[in-house]
Design a protein around this ligand. Sequence first.
Ligand code: GLC
Length: 713
Amino acid sequence: MDIEKRIDDLLARMTLPEKIGQMRQISGAPEGTEDLIRQGAVGSFLNVMGEDARRCQRLAVEESRLGIPLIFGRDVIHGFRTILPIPLGQAATFDPEVVREGARIAAREAAACGVHWTFAPMVDIARDPRWGRIAEGCGEDPYLAACVGAAMVEGFQGSDLADPERIAACAKHYVGYGAAEGGRDYNTTWIPEGLLRDVYLVPFQACVRAGTATLMSAFNDLNGVPASGNAFTLRKVLKGEWGFDGFVVSDWASIWEMIPHGFAADEQEAAQLGVAAGVDMEMVSSCFEHLEALVAAGKLPLELIDDAVRRILRVKLRLGLFEHPYADEGRQAVILSAEHRQVAQRAARESCVLLKNEGLLPLSAAISKLAVIGPLADSGRDQLGCWVMDGRGEDAVTPLQALQGALGAGRVVYAPGLADARSTDESLIPEAVAAAQAAEAVVAFLGEDAGLSGEAHSRAFLDLPGAQQRLLDALAATGRPVVAVILTGRSLALGPVVEKAGALLLAWHPGTMGGPAIADLLLGVEAPVGRLPVTLPRTVGQVPLYYNHKSTGRPPADDAPSIPTGTPLDPEGFVSSYLDVDHRPLFPFGFGLSYTTFAYRDLQLSTPQLRLGEALTASVTVTNTGAAKGIEVVQLYVRDRVGSLTRPVRELKGFQRVELAPGEARQVSFTLHTDDLAFHNAAMQRVTEPGAFDLWIGPDAQHGLPAEFTVVG
Ligand code: GLC
């Protein structure tokens, strides 16, 4: 019998309390849940796995009236036991294939432990690195976030949700959560519908198109309506316009939180608003207990309950839970397998972004002595990053261990320099200086410990925590060449690091195999290929700072003189900039170096003029002009010069990774359709407007060969 008929059959037999039970999700399996399961009063658990999950599932399948299986959810955000780079680092790979592979291995490990459903990918666009959850997302750009988010959905789910090695995905947090005012988590968001549709909704639509089984509604108040009670985003856009047929789970108690939001007077109204808006399952809070009374009082149509339950049953049936309710724990042999570690190492290596290199990297494998400095050089748990539920620090290979393995312990001298990454006690710095003086070169591991990013971990400053900058300054003062490796969950203000280090590698939080990945890059076994998925500011005072910004009526010239810091007299120019800092980013979106150089030439367009509905081909020749092989991430940007609404100065519309041998040249082509140029006009129509467009193909959002074309009506 096909799935829809099976749903009809079940619904016809379910009582209203049993229907409402499917809409309830409980965290953990505290005492008393057995009775709820037998009554069919709970449909899902999160944070219940292994033997506990098996016990609960047996109760549901064998002792409840209809035997509807439970669905078990878990935050498998960037790996299960084998931890991948944080999603922001995975976005830096600009490589959907490695992202898909990472999600695939995460699903294999989680499924073997009884997880049916992950609360990932998180695809909240974030333009403010003060927000701790920027670590968990796919960066500032909708096109890149759409590619990365869709790849994660495909990796988690595969082509058949019933595959015992796959799990259901959950695109979150729908929608606008990353626009929290002040970068302060859970804070208010104001997003005009046009911006919502052209930026924040784009990666979610990509995840829906990739087939995500579920979405999670967000905590934030979106334009005065909490995202978990927002009929416009949930029912009109997601379930209406996009035809999404899976289900929406609330975030943790976000239904109940409509009371402190001041949007619901009590739990009954919160339940009514949540279901009416389109939330199908309530995570953890229990407002949905009022649904039976709401239906009885005619305040909530039974059809909405039936629709929610239909969606939940559809996902459970697609997962094959009725046929295979129990995990095959014999599959746990894949956990931390060599294959999985290789995928994690590849992802970590590809996530690292080389920001500066004055001939220091790669280090010679014949180096006589290498000083490795910093508490983050040897902290397995910190390199895993935030949102790690099952990964363990002891499974990780740290950079220190990897470098000792590669060079031999005798050629590596280690000094933490600080007791931990936030310490302001400088008493260990002299020991680190002595280690540097005894070495031929220094690698300083700096940045954030894992506890400084993630949920509810916003920062008001973007500087290196504690006394790390003073540690770096002391190391630089020795005159030894210093390589800085930054572990972090967010963009940091790295100007002072750039000044003191001869080379700078941004490694995010690279996961279980971050050590070998970083060692391979430092020693030239592999070359860096990562590119920035977020703009790096000079200071937190520039935030929000993102590449696809509007022009303003007084745009500063890109080559504007960097206004001297401090309080200059008679500052020049009446343009949109600052008196006390260069308005430009420290490093632009898309930027990243490798161990070779690339040149772009011969940008050609197949036509200078397009009619609406047509496409052009843009081609460029990229040459590896250096002495080492390398991968270039060739990027395509456009600008709509004049619109019925102002348009961004640049928008990413394509990227391709191209591996070139020394001296090799290759033509790289992009197809650009007029539909790729569409945006939502004042009437909220998605349109491409005739007119002149700029186009660039280059290595990042600030550089590239220019061209222009016209779209005619
Ligand atoms: C948290 C997070 C959400 C997570 C959920 C379950 O509060 O906001 O991303 O999936 O609760 O842990």
